[in-house]
Design a protein around this ligand. Structure first.
Ligand SMILES: Cc1cc2nc3c(=O)[nH]c(=O)nc-3n(C[C@H](O)[C@H](O)[C@H](O)COP(=O)(O)OP(=O)(O)OC[C@H]3O[C@@H](n4cnc5c(N)ncnc54)[C@H](O)[C@@H]3O)c2cc1C
Length: 575
């Protein structure tokens, strides 16, 4: 007989473990988390900041591939009461403990204007790497000279300007913190919480009676056995942007045309499942630095001397390059302020040329609403339509078309200035390609399919190109600036467009595939994150984000999970 729990959470990732820790605070509630991955918490690659990409391509990676590719107030405006900036402020702070910064350190870090870095959440934040690296102060000074000083804490308010970025790295141990060690670890001995790893969820078990559909439990496989578990209160999907829509579709919730194609009985017709996929793309230009400016290039080239020194420093004093993820500084800017003359005219023409959906289907209503908000963001001189950052290393070189392998890294020391396309208007999709759980879904991001995204991104890159020769930043680089890649010398908008088409890659900030939107806008979940038309079933993860925010996705996911935990506790009167 199936074992019974109050809540079953499918997916023990970023959001799933926050929920598990929060809901199990009430000892009367029995919680089950089913996580397909293994427990790899003892692997040092997981917590050493500079090794953040070393698990790619290992068993810890789902290894999905995409189809080959030829602000918070907005969430509320899209029909989601309770999700405006004022409502979210508490949840954007709650997960974190911000570092205390004295005046001298604040100047070097370029964070003197932050006055509200209080917080005592489970995730310890710190400034990654060497706090005195000259890049940070030069970056802050250069943007200040241009009138862009961050007026407040960029992690809790919509704002413009430059700032030194914080990372989820414990300031004492200099190890990475994430939901498993910050939320789950302190809760793991609770008798009412069980996490099963290696448990692959296959589908939600649904029951329809008297016209109402309810989630009753979950079917999963563990050690080759197919098992079920029942939920007396709720099933919560936290399987992420790629797999929460997959689990809905496998359970009969989604677009009937897609479900029927794969022989799945339609239980709930929700055309938005798997649609509205969006992501942040990034593109960078690497410039050669002057003698004496430290970078991570030796580590990138895996030079034995650099690796040995870094490991020694990290092991003995938790210092050195392994404490850094390389990204030190950020800036959010209204890119429209930097476009003028013919370029601005071309930009506006491209915006006007976009087709404007006028029909009244749910998908057309969603697209019209998203379009209006997206365009407004791009044109708002007080907004932050462009996001820029600096990395103390060269970025991977583009792939060599002949060998299909990356052509770097090259000799020398480099700093990369990059732009992230934070308000993309292109949308893709994620759908099942069969009725088998074991088959990967078809991920078609349709990156840069909206010509306006290429126009915007090209202008971002023209701006990026100027940075190495501007203000205090110029002092860090050989002058005139030396580009690592000849192709990154951008002489015109057309060259910049070609460059982004060739070099842009994902920042893995995807969301949107189970969008929190009204049903008449092709939404999948309501503002309580309950799946439309299905009782006792919620989605709590990155997939519910209806429009990606300027900031990084992980921050949003923690805030969403904390808010969801409070909403669920309130619904059931839990502690
Ligand atoms: C390489 C990489 C680097 C990133 N860097 C950053 C960064 O620097 N800053 C930032 O803000 N964001 C970053 N992100 C994005 C951020 O990590 C994600 O947005 C966030 O983790 C999403 O949280 P989630 O809960 O939606 O999904 P996840 O954290 O992906 O959790 C989903 C969980 O569900 C499990 N699961 C899926 N399907 C099943 C199933 N059928 N049965 C059981 N379990 C299942 C998965 O194994 C996973 O553990 C990065 C992402 C990647 C991939």
């Amino acid at each position: 007989m199936a074992e019974s729990f109050d809540f079953i959470i499918a997916g023990g990732g970023t959001a799933g473990l926050v929920l598990a820790a929060r809901l199990s605070e009430d000892p009367s509630q029995k919680i089950l988390v089913l996580e397909a991955g293994a427990d790899i918490s003892a692997d040092p690659r997981l917590i050493t900041p500079a090794l953040n990409t070393a698990l790619m391509g290992t068993d810890a990676d789902w290894a999905f591939t995409t189809v080959p590719q030829d602000l918070l107030d907005n969430w509320a405006k899209l029909g989601n009461p309770g999700w405006g900036s004022a409502d979210m402020d508490k949840y954007l702070r709650k997960p974190f403990t911000f570092p205390k910064v004295d005046d001298a350190a604040g100047k070097a870090l370029g964070v003197t204007s932050w006055t509200d870095c209080e917080g005592d959440g489970p995730l310890q934040l710190s400034f990654p790497g060497d706090a005195s690296h000259p890049l940070r102060e030069a970056w802050a000074d250069t943007f200040k000279d241009n009138g862009y000083t961050m007026p407040g804490n960029p992690y809790a308010e919509a704002s413009q300007g430059s700032f030194s970025c914080l990372a989820t790295i414990d300031p004492k141990t200099r190890t990475r913190v994430y939901s498993a060690n910050a939320y789950y670890q302190p809760a793991k001995d609770r008798e009412n919480l069980r996490v099963l790893t290696g448990a692959l969820v296959e589908k939600v078990l649904l029951e329809t009676a008297d016209g109402a559909t309810k989630a009753k439990g979950i079917q999963y496989t563990l050690n080759g056995e197919t098992l079920t578990a029942t939920a007396t209160k709720e099933v919560i999907l936290s399987a992420g942007t790629i797999q929460s829509p997959k689990l809905l579709e496998l359970s009969g919730i989604g677009n009937p045309a897609i479900l029927e194609k794969h022989g799945i009985e339609v239980v709930q017709d929700l055309v938005g499942v798997g649609e509205n996929f969006q992501d942040h793309l990034v593109c960078g230009i690497s410039f050669e630095v002057r003698e004496g400016i430290e970078t991570l290039d030796g580590l990138m080239r895996q030079e034995p001397e650099a690796l040995g020194k870094a490991m020694q420093e990290y092991a003995t004093s938790q210092s050195g390059p392994l404490t850094s993820i390389g990204i030190l500084s950020y800036a959010y800017l209204p890119i429209i302020e930097h476009i003028s003359g013919q370029s601005l005219e071309a930009f506006n023409r491209a915006l006007e040329a976009r087709s404007h959906p006028s029909g009244s289907t749910a998908e057309q209503s969603r697209d019209a609403a998203l379009r209006e908000i997206g365009e407004k963001m791009l044109l708002d001189p007080k907004g932050a339509s462009g996001s820029f950052f600096a990395v103390t290393a060269q970025t991977p070189l583009p792939t060599d078309p002949d060998s299909d392998s990356p052509t770097g890294p090259v000799a020398g020391n480099w700093i990369t200035f990059a732009s992230m396309l934070t308000q993309p208007l292109s949308r893709g999709s994620v759908h099942i390609q069969s009725n088998k759980t074991s088959d990967a879904p078809t991920i078609d991001p349709r990156y840069l399919s909206e010509p306006i995204d290429v126009e915007v991104f090209a202008r971002h890159m023209l701006y990026v190109q100027q940075l190495a020769g501007t203000g205090s930043l110029a002092g860090l680089f050989k002058q005139p600036p030396i580009h690592r890649d000849p192709a990154s010398r951008l002489g015109s908008v057309e060259e910049a467009k070609n460059f982004v088409r060739q070099c842009a890659i994902s920042m893995w900030h995807y969301g949107g595939t189970c969008s929190m939107l009204p049903r008449d806008k092709a939404g999948v979940v309501d503002p309580q994150l309950r799946v439309h038309g299905v009782e006792n079933l919620r989605v709590v993860d990155s997939s519910v984000v209806p429009i990606v925010s300027t900031g990084n996705m992980q921050h949003c996911v923690y805030a969403i999970a904390e808010k969801a935990a409070d909403m669920i506790k309130e619904t059931y009167g839990l502690k």
